[in-house]
Design a protein around this ligand. Structure first.
Ligand code: GLN
Length: 490
C-alpha cells in the first residue's frame, strides 16, 4: 500500500482499522515532500517539523481521550493567501515576502477545530492573479503529470501538491477559476462553493465580490468532507450567508437517475481542443447511460463573461491592493525622498508585472470618464449573466462544460501574451460572476497522458446536486485507478 496514493477517507478508514498510525501517515507525506519537492516546487513554506510537534501533542490528547475527531492528525496544505497565525503568508509576492499574520483566517480556525495539521503553505500566482502559477515571485510550480508543463493557477501549488501526493488534500481560492482550472490540469477534484458559503475572513482579497475558498482533493468524497468543515456562517464576513448547516457527504448517493443536465453549446465551440471535446462527449454518454437526461442549451451572454470578469476583477483588485503602501503591510523601499516616493517605490519594487497590469487596468476602468463605459457596463452585463443562469436552472439541475478549453500548456508558452493566458479561464469565470458553485473532476486524459477536466455547475447553494453528480460519474469512471501522474520530463 502506498500511503500517499490514498484519499483522506481511505486514510481514516485505515486508521480506524488500525492498519495505519497517524505518525506513519504524516511521515509518509513528509518523505514524499522530501522526494518530490525539488521537481514539483509546490511549496512556499514547508512545515514538517512543526507538523511533527503538533502531531505529538494531538496524539497525546487522543490517547487520554481529550480529542475525538476522526480527522485529527491528518495533514493538509494551504494556499499561501490564507492568513495563518505565526506562519508567513506571502501571496507569492515580494510585497508580503516576510509578512506574518497575527491571526488565523476563519477557515484555518475551522481546520484547527478538527485538529487537522497544516503541513505547508502552497505556491500560487502573485495575489492569485494568473492561470499558471508562473506569476509567483518565488518559483514556478511544475505539473506532476509532465514537469515541463504548468500546473494551472492560481492555486497551482495546491493542485500540484495533491496530485503529487505531497499533501492528501489542500485549500485553494477561486476568483475566476483558480481552484477548478488547476484541478483540471493536475487530474484532481476542485470545488468552488457558492459565493457566501465559506467565510473569506483572513483570505487576502483579490476581487472581493468573486473570491471563494474551496477544497482541492483526490476525490469527490474528500471534497464533501472538507466542505463540511469549512462551510458556514461567520460574523466576521458580512457576505457570508446564515443558513442551516448541511451534510455534503450524505448527498453522495451514487445515483443520477432523472437528473437534468444542460450542456451549453457555446462552451464546446471553436477554441476548445478536439481531445477535450471528445472526452466531454464521452462523459455525457456516461451520464445518459446512468439515467440522466442531457440536452444542448444556449448561454448566449456567456461570451461576454471573460471581458466582464477582467473589468470587475481588476477594478476590485486595484482598490483592494491600495492597502499595500509600504507603511501598513509588507515591503518598504529603502531609499525615498518623501512620502509619495515611499508609496511609489515600495509598490513599484514590491509588485510583479501581472499585478501591476491589473492595478493599472482596474484604476483605468474606475476613473471618471471611463467608469460608465467600462465598470458600470460590466456590472450590467453581470446581471444579464446571472439572469441567464437563473433561467437555465429553471429547467436544468446541472450545467456541464469543460473546465478549460485545453489541457495544461507548456511553461513559458503564454507568459508573453496575457490575453492567451486569460482565455484559459473562458469556461470558469461566468460561474464566479453569477456566484454559483462549480466543481471540476477529471474525465480522462489526452494522447499525451495529460488530464482533462469536466466542470459541473449548480444553482446557488446546490452543492449537494453537483457533488452527487460528480461522485456518481467518478464511481463509474474510476479515473484514479486508470491514470497516474508520471513526472515526465518532456
Ligand atoms: N486566472 C484568473 C485570473 O487570472 C482567475 C484567478 C483566480 O481565480 N484567482 O484572474
Amino acid at each position: 500500500m502506498n500511503i500517499t496514493d490514498l484519499s483522506v477517507h481511505e486514510l481514516v478508514e485505515k486508521l480506524e482499522n488500525k492498519e495505519l498510525t497517524r505518525k506513519e501517515i504524516l511521515n509518509a507525506y513528509i518523505d514524499r515532500i522530501n522526494e518530490k519537492e525539488d521537481e514539483v516546487k509546490a511549496f512556499v513554506t514547508i512545515l514538517d517539523k512543526e507538523a511533527l510537534n503538533k502531531l505529538d501533542d494531538i496524539q497525546e490528547k487522543i490517547d487520554n481521550g481529550e480529542i475525538k475527531n476522526r480527522l485529527a492528525g491528518i495533514p493538509i496544505g494551504i494556499k499561501d493567501n490564507m492568513c495563518t497565525k505565526g506562519i508567513k503568508t506571502t501571496c507569492s509576492s515580494k510585497m508580503l515576502e516576510n509578512f506574518v499574520s497575527p491571526y488565523d483566517a476563519t477557515v484555518i480556525e475551522k481546520l484547527n477545530e478538527e485538529n487537522l495539521i497544516n503541513l505547508g503553505k502552497l505556491n500560487m500566482d502573485e495575489f492569485a492573479m494568473g492561470g499558471s502559477t508562473e506569476h509567483s515571485y518565488f518559483k514556478k510550480t511544475r505539473n506532476p503529470w509532465n514537469l515541463e508543463r504548468v500546473p494551472g493557477g492560481s492555486s497551482g501549488g495546491s493542485a500540484a501538491a495533491v496530485a503529487a501526493g505531497m499533501v492528501p488534500w489542500a485549500l485553494g481560492s477561486d476568483t475566476g477559476g483558480s481552484i477548478r482550472q488547476p484541478a483540471s490540469f493536475c487530474g484532481v477534484v476542485g470545488l468552488k462553493p457558492t459565493y457566501g458559503l465559506v467565510s473569506r475572513y483572513g483570505l487576502v482579497a483579490f476581487a472581493s465580490s468573486l473570491d471563494q475558498i474551496g477544497p482541492i482533493t483526490k476525490d469527490v468524497k474528500d471534497s464533501a468532507i472538507l466542505l463540511n468543515i469549512i462551510a458556514g456562517h461567520d460574523k466576521k464576513d458580512t457576505t457570508s450567508v446564515d443558513m442551516p448547516k448541511k451534510d455534503y457527504v450524505k448527498a453522495l448517493k451514487n445515483d443520477v437517475k432523472g437528473l437534468k443536465i444542460g450542456v451549453p453549446k457555446e462552451f464546446l465551440a471553436e477554441g476548445t481542443n478536439k481531445e477535450v471535446k471528445e472526452k466531454i462527449e464521452e462523459a455525457i454518454k456516461i451520464y445518459k447511460d446512468l439515467g440522466a437526461t442531457v440536452e444542448e442549451i444556449s448561454l448566449d451572454v456567456a461570451k461576454y463573461s471573460l471581458a466582464t470578469y477582467y473589468i470587475i476583477a481588476c477594478a476590485e483588485a486595484s482598490s483592494n491592493l491600495g492597502r499595500f503602501d509600504g507603511i501598513r503591510y509588507g515591503y518598504r523601499a529603502k531609499d525615498y525622498k518623501d512620502l509619495n516616493e515611499l508609496f511609489k517605490k515600495s509598490r513599484s519594487e514590491g509588485f510583479g508585472d501581472e499585478v501591476k497590469r491589473r492595478i493599472i487596468l482596474g484604476t483605468y476602468v474606475l476613473s471618471s470618464g471611463y467608469y460608465d463605459a467600462y465598470y458600470k457596463k460590466a456590472q450590467k452585463v453581470r446581471t444579464l449573466v446571472m439572469n441567464e443562469f437563473d433561467k437555465a436552472f429553471e429547467k436544468y439541475d446541472v450545467i456541464l462544460t469543460p473546465t478549460s478549453p485545453t489541457v495544461a500548456f507548456k511553461i513559458g508558452e503564454k507568459t508573453s501574451d496575457p490575453l492567451q493566458m486569460y482565455l484559459s479561464d473562458i469556461c470558469t469565470v461566468s460561474v464566479n460572476i453569477a456566484g454559483l458553485p462549480g466543481i471540476s473532476i477529471p474525465c480522462g486524459v489526452d494522447s499525451n497522458n495529460m488530464p482533462i477536466g469536466m466542470q459541473l455547475i449548480g444553482n446557488k447553494f446546490q452543492e449537494e446536486t453537483i457533488l452527487n453528480a460528480a461522485y456518481t460519474f467518478e464511481q463509474k469512471f474510476k479515473f484514479r485507478e486508470k491514470y497516474k501522474p508520471e513526472f515526465k520530463n518532456s
